[in-house]
Design a protein around this ligand. Sequence first.
Ligand SMILES: [Zn+2]
Ligand SMILES: [Zn+2]
Length: 1012
Amino acid sequence: MREPIFQPLPDKPDHPGLEKEMLERWEAEGTFAKLREQNSGGPRFSFIDGPVTANRFSLGVHTAWGRTLKDVFQRYKALRGFEQRYQNGFDSQGLWIEVGVERELGLNSKREIEEFGLEEFARRCREVVVRSSEALTRGSIRLGQWMDWGKDYFTFSDTNIEYVWRMLKIVRERDWLYLGHRSTEWCPRCGTSISQHELIGSYVDRADPSLYVRFPLLERPGEYLVVWTTTPWTLPANVAAAVNPEAEYGRRANGEWVAAGRYPDEHFEEKRPGAELLGWTYRGPFDDIVEVEHRVIPWDEVSLDEGTGIVHIAPGCGTEDFELAQVHGLEVVQPVDEAGRFYDSFGWLHGLSTTEAAEQIIGNLEEKGVLVEAGLHQHRYPECWRCHTPLIFRIADDWFISVRVLRQQMLDANATVEWTPEYMGKRMDDWLRNLGDWNISRRRYYGLPLPFYPCTCGHMNVIGSRRELEERAVSGLDQLEELRRPWIDRVPVRCAECGEPVERIKEVGDVWLDAGIVPFSTLGWQSDESVPGGYGTGAAKGLTTADLPDNAYWETWFPADWVSEMREQIRLWFYSQLFMSVVLTGGAPFRRVLGYEKMLDENGREMHASWGNTIPAEDAFERMGADVMRWQFAAQPPDRNLLFGFGPADEVKRKLLTFWHSVKFFVDYANIADFRPEWEGLEPEAVEPLDRWLVERTRAFVADAEAGYERWLSPDVMRDFEVYLDDLSNWYIRRSRRRFWDGEEAALRVLWYALVQSLRVLAPILPFLTDHLWRTLVLNGPESVHLAGWPDVPEPDRALLDEIAAVRRVVELGRQARSTSGIKLRQPLRRLVVEGTSLDGHLEEVADELRVKDVELGPVEAVELRVKPNLPVLGPKLGRELGTVREALAAGEFEELAGGRFRVAGRELEPDEVLVERGGREGWAVASGDGVTVALDLGLDDELVLEGEAYELIHLVNTLRKEGGLELTDRIVLTVPEAQRELADRHGEWIAREVLATELRVAGDELKLEKS
Ligand SMILES: [Zn+2]
Ligand SMILES: [Zn+2]
């Protein structure tokens, strides 16, 4: 046997197997390097990667989604010849990393970290980043992402840190930096404040104590204020009780004062407006521990929807309370320390956590006889997004950047950005409009050291670079391993004002400073010279060979043409970048953004390790394959949550199998026909109408997919592909089968063209499968589909395509009509009537497809029109007249008007006022849609029945051929039973031809086939 021209394909693809093979070939052939070489000097497309946090040891499927979208559009742009940057980024310092290391080491508090030793702690944090970045890189490569691995940026590099320093110095020079003394959300476990952008989405349902407590009034013995609280630990910090001056308060017979409106059924001995309670003083619940004056203050915001209408105020434990303290000159009592434990000055409470204290406080109040009632209260309460500890409020000194001046500039900059989906741009506007000042300081260890050196002389020294640090350092430079705690803390600088040595503040920076600076730090903004390998400094030394480019490079690549991350990054990375960019350049750092929603499991639930419904990317690679994952990701509309899982993967595999079978079909018949296509002659000259159609259809697919990619909407590309695939396999191939059996070269050439072009279109989304099939189909062209460029096709003939689309619609309706009739598709029928479309020159095709003898155009009289009143709409409108209209409709006494309206009983009814059904009359099957109606005559005669039997027999024999393992070209001798003699006499020749029988015999009572 001669060697086949095309490598034969198995019945179905082994995705993981062929993917691993492709990875090896890309590696061996240097495909990615060749692509970059090929595009070097081309037009530029600037992509900047948002950093992934390097704290996990395998790629998550969530991350794989984003990475796929980035890769899809970079690959598409590469096919179009764009020169690009492929730098991957890792977020490599901050609380995420610290929390993981703490867990690993079993450290439970900041004190334990300090006892463990900050140097060793820093080294352990770096180790996590090293291991994690290696694992994430492996996973990303397996996913098929093409990046400049090994030249990644790490936000913990000294270079990156210096760039943030430089930005902060500018912020300071513009007087936007300040130390705020305010009440802030605080994680007692992490021992640090939490900023606004970290709070969103962190509210969970919780049950907390619910207490009603009496505050005895000093001037009115035997009378009390009753307050309600869900945070018992704040009661020792109480200094005031707030009332609404406008509301009415009442005194119960037992002396308790509450808002009268809260208890409408109660009898009150005395009533007074809130304004008259102001200034009353009372004994605090913990005056035995904290000596402080307590009084009644006014507050318009006092809620009359819950509690007693009298609000307990503890300025040391709440934002609004703190603000009220400023207005009314109240004392601020801060009961707990950084770890959320009571200070020693709080007597028997000292050392207790806020939750531990709750029970003891309740018991103590009961002993004192001031507890009215204690229960539980369900509410939404914020917790720490990293460690899930419930947050508390503390007064803290934090460093802030004022956004007052920047807000409008950021809004203006955002207005220049093209957002997909559009509403995400509006979300960014909302975020910017409501944004408070940026709290940039964290009381932690493994993070960007804030370069602030406040001097006792009053001068605030801000260091803007390593060089400046070295110039001004008093000591400690020799031990400065990295710009990081603890080493940096041992380098005091000389105050620029008084010359005295000054120490750095202990705080580190918000991680979003690290990530936001990336469009500057990685592109060499204001860098005097290009330094090869110059980005790999500090902790990043040895981890990356990334260069520090010079300012000319930055000018070339900034702003990014495109960035893409999930929606939550609006308030995180997109925001922090925008912020920095507005500070440093006045404009936006990106031109276009593709955002996307959340990933859930296939049943629509959040994925949680504890629920057992997370899917590690490794499992997905092995069980579905990277291409199948990528299909799910790419097909997902970005404005909806992605339901990811093995169920949807099977659906994708089924579709991919159709495509695979189309290619296999070509390979099998091309090998039989010894067909050898030339890459040079890719664009075919099609003569046959069906061939011409497929060529135009393919061109249209290329053009439509191109438009989808250009809109940054891969789901549009996938939708176009699915329709195209159906046209290719269910129309072109099915209608051309005989020509392939006959080895007709024109058909083979056109099918080859269609397959090759679709591989090129899909290459960015399914990089493995397409390249595997490319290497099967393209014998003497570019060695990889990824090096073949984007197909350059002429404008498709849309008129021709519309024409065939109409034919396919009629056929589809015909099939629907058949399926409602219960008559098999193989049974020929006499007649089809089509109304509403012209079918010019395609009557025979339709007849052939639907197996009817005759197709007529004209009014479909077989349709019975039934019209009923749409009661919810028409009932209220007609009232008692409804009965008359209903009867007339039921009796068929109505007239159909244009636009779906009806005249009945002297009234005209609108389309939405009636329910219309079109059904077939007896003996007909009818289907309609899009203004087209078809009717099938279901009448059968002997001749039709016999023909139907012939089709059945052909189908049966061909199935037996396949099951018997016969080759497509094997000839057979067919024996049909005596009972089918008439069939053999009348249709023998036809049957023999269809099943490749050299001889047809009639004998015995069994169907037999043998190889001849
Ligand atoms: Zn925490
Ligand atoms: Zn000074």
